[in-house]
Design a protein around this ligand. Sequence first.
Ligand SMILES: NC(=O)c1ccc[n+]([C@@H]2O[C@H](COP(=O)([O-])OP(=O)(O)OC[C@H]3O[C@@H](n4cnc5c(N)ncnc54)[C@H](O)[C@@H]3O)[C@@H](O)[C@H]2O)c1
Length: 297
Amino acid sequence: MASSSQVTFITGGASGMGLAVVEDLAAKGWNITIFDFDHEAGGKVAEKLGQQVLFIKGNVTKYEELGAAFAETWKKWGSIDFGLLSKQVFANAGIGEHIKFYEQKEELPEGFPAKPSTLTLEVNLLGVVYTAYLALHFFRKNASKGGTLVMTSSASALYPSPGLALYSSAKHAVVGLTRSMGAALKAEPITVNSICPGLVPTGLLPQSFSAALKAEMVTPTSTVVKAINTFLEDRTVTGQAVECSGPDLIYRPSFEPENEAARLMLAFADGKVPLNFDMADMQSHAKAKQEVYEQMR
Ligand SMILES: NC(=O)c1ccc[n+]([C@@H]2O[C@H](COP(=O)([O-])OP(=O)(O)OC[C@H]3O[C@@H](n4cnc5c(N)ncnc54)[C@H](O)[C@@H]3O)[C@@H](O)[C@H]2O)c1
């Protein structure tokens, strides 16, 4: 069924900050796909919000599940005439740190410890990468060729987080992805930003911990909703990592270059410093590397 309403695709929309954004956009008349692993919570949200919400159970680490959900959303709400699918994508699903990275481990008979679980990286980074990749594809299918991608990073991408080794690594990477995509897609009507929330009492945190937080330490979900609406309204904002802290949105730019080598490197990347190099050598180098990479897969 084609629709003239705006369409959003939200991962992790069955709970916490994803749910707050779902509720806000539903009240404004958006059509919403929630893609979430939690079947029970997602089903309840869809039941409560009615026709506007399509709930699809799935795992963001499974590319085919995610791709099929985008395609189903397109089929339900996209059309050749309007092509409004995924005007907005919120890559938000995430989990906390779940391994004790620093703990002394037992050795296996082979003489080294068992392989650590990398699930935190897979959900919080790979899941976001897959969502961003698919968002780009479907944005370009829109009649407008445009869309708004928001990815959920964390304050742990901005501040030292010794207890969150893998979580913090993934969230730093989401900021890197944001800055790369934002810069690369400037010529297209696509914006890419990330949010870096502080402590938000959601299902991610134990209830007793949330209850113990002092009010001044808490970032309400309304600050996240405010960030999303800022990105939707202001199309000049792109490539930004925005800290959501208490009631505030704080823009966190990347570092400025400190010396000539760094300045020139950036100018080259920007196409402002021409270099003379042998293109044929460049291509054969890329081809040789590609063969090695194929063996690594
Ligand atoms: N709560 C905080 O203090 C805080 C702070 C900074 C960043 N974040 C980030 O915010 C995002 C949202 O978390 P939240 O705090 O609202 O937590 P939440 O647990 O309330 O919501 C997360 C949702 O993501 C879903 N999800 C988790 N893994 C999934 C997967 N593999 N596939 C599909 N769905 C999956 C869960 O089922 C849940 O509905 C996460 O990326 C989290 O890392 C949270």
